[in-house]
Design a protein around this ligand. Structure first.
Ligand SMILES: Nc1ncnc2c1ncn2[C@@H]1O[C@H](COP(=O)(O)OP(=O)(O)OP(=O)(O)O)[C@@H](O)[C@H]1O
Ligand SMILES: [Mg+2]
Length: 316
């Protein structure tokens, strides 16, 4: 992205992240899109690709609270959401909030958490609240979950069910850096170990709330709305129907629309373009569909099908 067109309040944040996260512009952009559209992000990538670092850098540059949850198979739902604690003095229970009650929550290795924990977390993400007994506790605003999972370790993991993947606005897949980036990473991290680390800017929660309002007011023309619907409908009918067992739901349509608006806003435009929709369709849609067993047997992937759909459906 051209940093010069970034809206003024967000530019220091963007610059800070691109200084500290070498070659991860697409991830930075998607984290910022999620902040602006109020969605959550799932990052998939092998170990050591700066997934944790990305979220820590983001949290250090935004006002608000941050928590990190390292998932393990023995985690319990209340370890995340909180527990009612008995108070002998008054004879009643007081709810002690768990780590999910923060503005930015990093859930590392979500696929190591048992299904009950995953569903408690995803329920909190969707409803922005936690229910314990007959009390409901609202989560803070903004509330952004960035979860990570590592695709190479399958033993002792609990893959997220598709219905729960749908709760993530974007699913970002990281790949290994090239030689130039690898060398820059070496130099940067080495220089940090000798004490050179830039001061992060502080984006206030008020400025973030304003930016969110503005971003969501970005114009999405009727033709572009139709384009998004045509992309989603292509997962439900037509040539690909045999490849797709469960197509994209309306949540996917809404996700792609708000992500496209946020991308346009980040690029300093007051209106979205077809390129905003095209750039985000794989990360906004692929994780929301389930392929048929036959498509899987033929080696097809959801991301490849989304590319296929993009090449066939005309934007206007
Ligand atoms: N693109 C990058 N820019 C800057 N530093 C990087 C980059 N890639 C890797 N690193 C460095 O590599 C190390 C590993 O990063 P980090 O711990 O964030 O990885 P991770 O993706 O969370 O790994 P894991 O899946 O094992 O948790 C850190 O020291 C980090 O600074
Ligand atoms: Mg990590």
């Amino acid at each position: 992205m051209d940093a010069h067109t970034t809206p003024a309040g967000l530019r220091p944040l963007w610059d800070h992240l691109s200084h500290g996260l070498i070659g991860l512009e697409p991830l930075i952009e998607r984290l910022m899109i999620s902040l602006l559209s109020g969605g959550h992000v799932l990052i998939e990538g092998p170990p050591g690709l700066a997934k944790t670092r990305a979220v820590k850098w983001l949290s250090s540059a935004i006002e608000g609270s941050f928590a990190r949850i390292q998932c393990t198979p023995d985690l319990m739902p209340s370890d995340l959401t909180g527990t009612p604690v008995y108070r002998p003095g008054t004879g009643d229970f007081a709810f002690v909030k768990g780590p999910v009650f923060h503005n930015l929550v990093l859930v590392d290795e979500i696929n190591r958490a048992p299904p009950k924990v995953q569903s408690a977390l995803l329920e909190a993400m969707a409803e922005h609240q936690v229910t314990a007994g007959n009390e409901t506790h609202p989560l803070p605003d903004p509330f952004l979950v960035v979860a990570t999972q590592n695709p190479i370790e399958q033993d002792g993991t609990f893959p997220l069910p598709e219905a729960q993947l749908d709760r993530f606005l974007l699913y970002v897949v990281l790949t290994l850096p090239d030689a130039t980036a690898e060398r820059q990473i070496l130099d940067l991290v080495e220089s940090e170990s000798t004490g050179v680390r830039p001061m992060p800017p502080q984006l206030s929660l008020d400025d973030l709330a304003n930016a969110r309002q503005q971003a969501m007011r970005t114009h999405l023309a009727p033709e572009l709305r139709d384009y998004i619907v045509r992309l989603v409908m292509a997962t439900r009918e037509g040539d690909l129907r045999d490849d797709i067992a469960h197509p994209v739901s309306p949540r996917g349509t809404l996700a792609l629309a708000s992500a496209a608006k946020a991308r346009a806003f980040l690029r300093g435009r007051d209106h979205a373009l077809p390129e905003d929709v095209e750039a985000l369709a794989p990360d906004a849609l692929a994780h929301r569909m389930v392929l048929s067993w036959r498509a899987v047997a033929e080696g097809k992937t959801a991301r490849a099908l989304v590319s296929d759909i993009l090449s066939r459906v005309e934007p206007l």
